[in-house]
Every structure is written in structure tokens, then in C-alpha cells.
Design a protein. Structure first.
Length: 423
């Protein structure tokens, strides 16, 4: 009989094989592999006796009613999409670990006095549209017109993708109003090196850093590579190169600011034509929102100056601006109590990576648990967390859920006047 941890590790491998590419792991918003992964996750939810449903945008949900189905639910979850050439832990682990914790509770015949809603979000990474958190944004209300008009590399808008590639058959609207849920808890790999350096398997998250995403397009003039003297060129690619290096030096001189250009497209793209148009993405992050806004303004100013000097035009297209988000103090204290009970650690860590909690914090308290990952590596096929560390994470999540069952209410937690106990 496999343990919940054995099952979790096997499921991670299984989801890690469901990909849109034969060469590496990639699952993007509403892609065929995302649908296959969602179907598999629904099957696992159903095997726990959960009531399952899916939204047209590919987000799936399993509900365990608990002893009082009308009480406000606790949300658990993570995202089922990935970056390109991803590791198999980012996102998937949070869904699978929650299933393992719920299975453990069932084995121990512990019934919670409120429903658990386990969510697997269709898009957190923004790989297809550069717009993060499409799945979690959709559960707090309809997507705004600007987001729906965002286009993928083929020029397909989000609205069209949902209309034509969405999972409409028997779909449900999965949506929560502010105050309707008692909290959201997500387990995730750390995606950094702090836990490894500290020699600790897990920690609780204090806050999630803000991030800005945009695209910059520089336009010059295509011309002949053999006949156009250097001073007469309006080369969009050399202009982009200068902007990208300016972004790197700005971030290097302003730690912990980080700026990444992860995607670039040029036109016409021939070895003997001078590049006319270059579009590149900018991902800019800093834990402090004011410093992030100032850095963004400075980078915009620098890119404008570079484009003027090179007789290029610059189109600066903001896509997303997410503020730094604090985790909820009371929910975090409860998760920290479980971390301490299981591992003895009290470690709190701010997340540099983005997570769905940024969005969900608009409707309910959020808390997160991090699991150590090897070399801090993430968004890479070699992303890895040991089964032992995953087991510790599942144990902490299970301990936390148990502490919410009336039979396990401890005085220390109740004295926090913690609204998760208000039924
Ligand atoms: C998600 O992984 C992000 O932080 O970009
Ligand atoms: Mn993630
Ligand atoms: Mn990620």
C-alpha cells in the first residue's frame, strides 16, 4: 500500500511527463497538455471523494465538504501551468502535496468543520500571454478588457483563446467574493538558495515581492547588410542590445532589484538584412514598491534616450504591475506554529518569485510554505526537491490542517483570536 508521500512522488513524475513539447516540459494556458494535466488532477481529486469541477479557462477544483458544508471554505492550491523547459515541481508540487495532506487526514478520519476547496490554476506563469496569474485572477472576478485583449505570439487574444480553446463542456464558474473564504494556503518550492544554505527543509513565507512586466518595441529601418554604411543605419537590434545592457547595469547597481529580458523577437530576421523591429520583454522586481516604480521610470528614461540617439522609435507597453504582498499575520502564525511543531524551525522568508497568493490576498488571508530545492534552481529541467523534504512539507501542511479540527484546537492557536476559527 503506497503512502501519501509515495503517491505524491509518483504523481509529480506523472505530471512532469505531460507536456506540449517532446523535448522539454511546457504547459501553457489552455494548451492540450494543460487540459490533460487538469483531467489527471481532477481524477486524483475524485479519488479522495472530492466534488470536482472545472472552469472554462482550465482551472480545476475539488471540494471536500467537511462536517459543515455551509461554513466558509479554506482554499488550498497552486498552478498547473509551467514555463518553457520547466522543472516538474514549480506549481505541481503545491497541488499534489495538498492532495497528500488531505489523504492523510482521511486515513486518520479527521473531518474539518468547514469545506476545503483545492484549486489547480490554469495560468500563473504568464508563459503564453506574458500576463501572470490568469487562473487566480479569474477566481476573484471577470478578467478586465485590457487583459482579455492581450495577445500571444500568434496574435490570438486571451478572449479568443478562451472562446475557442476553452474547456466549455460542463464548465462551472469558479469565483469567490471578498470575505467568502477563510484563507488560502499554498505549498511551493523556494526557488532560491536560503533554505539550502541554512540547512533547513522548509520555512513559512512572510511576503511576496512586487513585479512589473512589460514589452518594449524598438523600430528602425530594414536595409541591406552589405551596402549600408554603419553611420547610416537605424538598427533596432543594436539599440535593443544597448537598452538590455542598461537594464542589467541598473539592476546590478541597485540590489535587490532584478531585471530580466527573457524573450526577444526581431523582424525581418535575415542574416543579410538590418533588423527593423525588435520586441523584448522586461520583468522587473523589487520587494519595495516605491523603489520598483523609480527603477521602472529610470529604465524607461534610459531606453527613450538610447532610442532617440539611434533614431529609433520606442513603444513601451506595460502589461502587469503587481504590488508587494504581505502574507496574513494570523494565518502565517498558525502555519509557522505547525512548521515549528514538525521541524523546530521558526524561519520566515520573503519570496522573490511571484505566486497566486498575490491575487487571492484581495479576497482572503493568505499564507505559504516553502520547500528547499536543490541549488535553489527553478524554471529549469534540473529543478529538484528531495522526497524527504517534500514529506516534511506534507507533514507540516497536514499538521496545520489538523490544528483546525475541533479535536486538535490548541490553546496557543486559539489565543491568537484567529479568524480561521470563526465559523
Ligand atoms: C513565477 O514563477 C514568477 O515569479 O515569475
Ligand atoms: Mn510557481
Ligand atoms: Mn514559476
Amino acid at each position: 500500500m503506497p503512502t501519501p508521500l509515495d503517491t505524491a512522488i509518483a504523481r509529480l513524475d506523472e505530471l512532469g511527463r505531460i507536456s506540449d513539447s517532446p523535448h522539454h516540459l511546457v504547459r501553457t494556458f489552455l494548451s492540450p497538455a494543460s487540459r490533460l494535466a487538469a483531467v489527471e488532477i481532477l481524477r486524483w481529486m475524485a479519488s479522495l471523494g472530492m466534488e470536482i469541477s472545472h472552469a472554462a479557462d482550465g482551472t480545476v477544483r475539488g471540494i471536500l465538504a467537511g462536517s459543515s458544508p455551509r461554513n466558509a471554505p479554506l482554499l488550498l492550491g497552486s498552478h498547473l501551468d509551467t514555463v518553457i523547459a520547466a522543472g516538474k515541481y514549480d506549481g505541481a508540487l503545491g497541488i499534489i502535496a495538498a492532495l497528500a495532506a488531505l489523504e492523510t487526514l482521511q486515513q486518520e478520519k479527521i473531518i474539518l468543520p468547514f469545506p476545503i476547496h483545492l484549486l489547480a490554476f490554469s495560468d500563473e506563469e504568464g508563459t503564453r500571454f506574458q500576463t501572470t496569474y490568469l487562473g487566480s485572477r479569474s477566481i476573484i472576478g471577470p478578467l478586465d478588457p485590457d487583459t482579455l485583449a492581450a495577445k500571444d505570439a500568434e496574435g490570438v487574444t486571451i478572449a479568443t483563446a478562451i472562446a475557442h480553446q476553452g474547456w466549455h463542456e460542463e464548465s462551472t464558474t469558479i469565483c469567490y467574493a471578498p470575505g467568502e473564504c477563510r484563507g488560502y494556503v499554498e505549498l511551493h518550492i523556494e526557488q532560491g538558495r536560503v533554505l539550502e544554505e541554512a540547512g533547513e527543509p522548509t520555512c513559512v513565507v512572510s511576503a511576496i515581492a512586487g513585479q512589473t512586466r512589460l514589452t518594449a518595441t524598438l523600430t528602425g529601418r530594414a536595409d541591406h547588410a552589405g551596402t549600408t554604411p554603419m553611420p547610416l543605419r537605424r538598427d533596432a537590434l543594436t539599440g535593443a542590445a544597448e537598452c538590455i545592457l542598461a537594464a542589467e547595469s541598473l539592476a546590478t547597481s541597485t540590489p535587490p532589484l532584478v531585471i530580466t529580458v527573457g524573450k526577444i523577437h526581431l523582424h525581418p530576421g535575415a542574416s543579410n538584412s538590418i533588423p527593423q523591429t525588435v520586441t523584448f520583454t522586461i520583468d522587473l522586481r523589487h520587494p519595495d514598491d516605491i523603489t520598483r516604480a523609480n527603477a521602472l521610470a529610470e529604465l524607461h528614461h534610459t531606453c527613450t534616450r538610447i532610442s532617440e540617439k539611434r533614431h529609433l522609435t520606442l513603444h513601451w507597453q506595460p502589461i502587469q504591475n503587481n504590488p508587494s504582498t504581505s502574507c496574513d499575520p494570523a494565518l502565517t502564525a498558525a502555519l509557522l506554529a505547525s512548521l515549528t511543531a514538525v521541524t523546530g524551525s521558526h524561519r520566515l522568508l520573503a519570496s522573490g518569485a511571484g505566486h497566486d497568493g498575490v491575487v487571492i490576498s484581495k479576497i482572503c488571508p493568505i499564507a505559504m510554505l516553502f520547500i528547499r530545492c536543490r541549488d535553489g534552481l527553478s524554471h529549469h529541467p534540473d529543478e529538484y526537491a528531495t522526497p524527504a523534504d517534500i514529506g516534511t512539507g506534507i507533514q507540516i501542511l497536514t499538521h496545520f490542517l489538523k490544528s483546525l479540527a475541533p479535536s486538535h484546537w490548541g490553546q496557543s492557536l486559539r489565543s491568537l483570536d484567529f479568524n480561521i476559527f470563526d465559523f
